[in-house]
Design a protein around this ligand. Sequence first.
Ligand code: ZN
Ligand code: ZN
Length: 343
Amino acid sequence: MKAAVLSSAGHVRIDSVPDPKPAPREVVVEVQACGICATDVHIFDGDFVSRYPLVPGHELSGVVVEVGSQVKDIAGAAGQLKVGDRVAVDPSVYCLDCHYCRTNRGNHCERWNAYGVTLSGGFAEYIAVQARNVFKVENLTPTQAAFIEPISCCVYGLRRLALREGDEVLVVGSGAIGLQLGQLLRRGGAARVVMLDPREERLQLAGKLGLPDTVLADGNAEARLRAVAPFGFDAVVDASGNARAVEGMFRHLKPTGKALFFGVCAKDDTIKLSPFDVYKNDWTILGSFALCYTFDPAVRLLEGGVLDVEPLVSHRLPLDDFPAALEMLRRGEGVKLQIIPRE
Ligand SMILES: [Zn+2]
Ligand SMILES: [Zn+2]
């Protein structure tokens, strides 16, 4: 089969690799859509937790084409999987035995792995995955279902944030992930969600997705934000992964406010932050890494129509265009780019 292979950091090629075979408790999924996100750019740059060679791609949906010999013996939904099922894949592979796995913190598993990050992922025609990672998505298109992974990361971030009803929230960055977070926040009890981005067209897209409060991040953003929220915000969420934007978000945080670091900054980025300000303002600083048992709620939020993702898709590209798509993402072109491997 064809796959995008990162031979080492900074080197990608479209290559022919052996077709995957399912282990006894695995299924093989024909990939129908796989989203590219900023994490893939970090993985390409060697700036994440990945090992090489690697087939990246962690936001995938598709159809089951082969079922391992013991899958039918697995209790529960995973054991009912059969050829032809339309599915999305939770990329998280936990050991289930370590301290963190035994205390519901699988995303900090001492032997943490993820399809497309440390194990072969979805920028390929087929992928073999543990049956327990596979979720049926009867009522979603492949394009929609490829959003379940980023949504499940957003759900985890929202759980970390633990918003109070009526909170006013600023989302820094209106790319694909900011626009998913914004919709979930808006429908999750926030009185107001203000979207900040330097690109006018992304703010227009926010408006179409039910997020009409937008501020253009230009030279006057500071004054505009002060005008819309004179006391600052109850919560500020970074969805930009830009260290300077993360540094700046504290200027808009109210005393007792919460700052959520959601976007992925580079590993060696640093910010300047006054410990006195954190102390004096009763601030809470939160991180949010990947997802943690939040895949199923993400399926239900999307199937329940709580958020709209199709308008986020700016490009659907064949596998051969994966290297070019990475560079488009780096340049900030488009919103959500998806690879359709078998087109
Ligand atoms: Zn992602
Ligand atoms: Zn573990």
